[in-house]
Ligand binder design. Sequence first.
Ligand code: ADP
Ligand code: MG
Length: 706
Amino acid sequence: MTPAPASQAAPARRAPPSPARQALHKLGLVRDIDLALYLPLRYEDETRITPIGSAREGATVQVEGTVTACEVQYQPRRQLVVRLQDATGSCELRFFSFYPSHQKAMAVGTRLRARGEVRGGFWGRQMLHPAFKRAEGELPAALTPVYPTVAQLPQAYLRRAIATALTRVPLPETIPPELAPPPAAGAQAAWSLREALFFLHHPPPEAALAALEDRSHPAWHRLKAEELLAQQLSQWRARRERAGLAAPVLRPGREAPLHEQLLAALPFSLTAAQRRVSGEILRDLGQARPMHRLLQGDVGSGKTVVAALAACVCIDAGWQCALMAPTEILAEQHFAKLVEWLEPLLAARGRHVAWLAGAQKKRERASMLAAIEDGTAALVVGTHAVIQEQVRFHRLALAVIDEQHRFGVAQRLALRRKLHEGAEAGRALEPHLLMMSATPIPRTLAMSYYADLDVSTIDELPPGRTPVLTRLVSDSRREEVIQRIAAQVAAGRQVYWVCPLIEESEALDLSNATATHLELSEALPQVRVGLLHSRMPVADKRAVMEEFKAGRMGVLVSTTVIEVGVDVPNASLMVIEHAERFGLSQLHQLRGRVGRGAAASACVLMYSTGETGRLGETARERLRAMHETTDGFEIARRDLEIRGPGEFLGARQSGDALLRFADLQQDAPLLEWAREAAPQLLERHPQLAEQHIERWLGSRAEFLKA
Ligand code: ADP
Ligand code: MG
């Protein structure tokens, strides 16, 4: 057995950690400070005893009395019935699940405290499954905290662990008075961190419970300020660290620069917005420090060509560029487009565009890997395969990630490592990073979670696009919709029909899409109807996609695999079945598949109200938003309102990185404060800043940088 490493946090021990301790660690509760910052969900009032005689029906109270009866009854079902008596009356406690230990603990004659909701009844007052304990010692002076917990971690254990940690943990102030957060509304004086924490864990009985539970209390205000500051600090620090790193300076060649050759060869000219963001990106690439930029632009706004221009500059300077997309279909589309645009230009220089994906013939893959390693692959396009271990770049200087929010934290960290490997040996050069997203980030999120990113926004669609008309249609009108498809196809247009993903059952999902495929094939005998599903072999998917792109297929039935990136300008109708099951940004992305050509396009959101006969509240809000606007930013703002920030963060969303206490909408003034205070704290009190980050983020700080 290898001895456990000595660590300050936990003394070396031979026994394996108990399940409860393991559960603590899983929740990230390792250090005393982690426990101290783990705050109650709500409180129970065990500070007072209500005389049984005055306990009112429906109230949750604590009573104390002597057990006068304790017996198991079998009618109407097996249960333990205990009678508790005090000077004012009596009350029955009923337990439908119980152990012999219950009977022992509540034997006749025992003094007992029981807490629960009082119910009336023919037989007088009752409590079902009350919390109970032997009436010993004084009543607690503070409200009893109830913490969020998991099955393996008993509430009592967690409470004890937190209470102990709280007595031990040093809580020095890390925010100097001159940078203090604005006081909470109506608060007399600012709270120290120590006061706030002790108060929140053990509030006195007279505390305003409502303000505690809705987190508007000044003590919460203090905690939220701390948390937001930690987030800003870690991002500022990441930004400063990056600014201190060296990156290859990428400038276009003097003669016939590649990006200008590309511009000249394109069948269109850039929009003003594309020109502007390209300028921003090219400026970054020309610096000796790594770019860390997010390129956001609505679906169809033309991000790919901007990425291609950046790749050109990188290649021109003699380096390699990698482009990674979350799905094989999307990666392949990029590949096709980039080959079309760049291969003629690159071939003259003896360089090429390479393709890497999971499903790839061994021989092809080997030759791609060789080309990447010897540098003839100037641009490498692919899925996650791009960051796999066998891939060795010759000189990687720029990485582009499409639909960045779809990648997980681990993948982003892997990419960073890969970037390092690819940097020139001996000189620790850090490559530039360009992330792309069609899900615009609302301002509050950009200010908080993405504060370490520079953001470029394409806020204009290429000319000649016709706005997509969105219609909400009940699925009782399915026939009508199918007839509409026939008309579109007869007019030479193409149609997408999207079936929802059924989360619980991929098999059901497949059968659904298959059934719809069959139904449409039968209803439209003169039309070729294709089927695309995530479980299909890649080669089949590719074949179907090619048929559709080439216009040889009128209708494409698919699951959400077409969600991102698919580009078929001739498609003018999008039907989304069970639209009520999709998320808002998903619907918006899907709708973005049509309206890419000159023909008037429409999106039919077909909804089903199911057995209830009506749509749920959020489903209705989502569909309404889709109907009312096609503006990606507005959609994103509403989505944030409906769902909260989790979905936007993608990679960063993995629990830990999320704000636990602060709410970006509600606490906007605190966010503003944190944004101003963070750089000043870093500048003037670097040690306090470090201490603050360490306290709040500890080992999680690394993740936030990904
Ligand atoms: P997204 O931002 O959603 O990734 P794409 O890069 O796929 O958008 O571009 C959508 C379509 O618009 C593509 O067919 C692309 O070639 C075309 N496109 C891009 N920029 C322009 C432009 N300035 N003028 C006309 N078409 C353009
Ligand atoms: Mg795209």
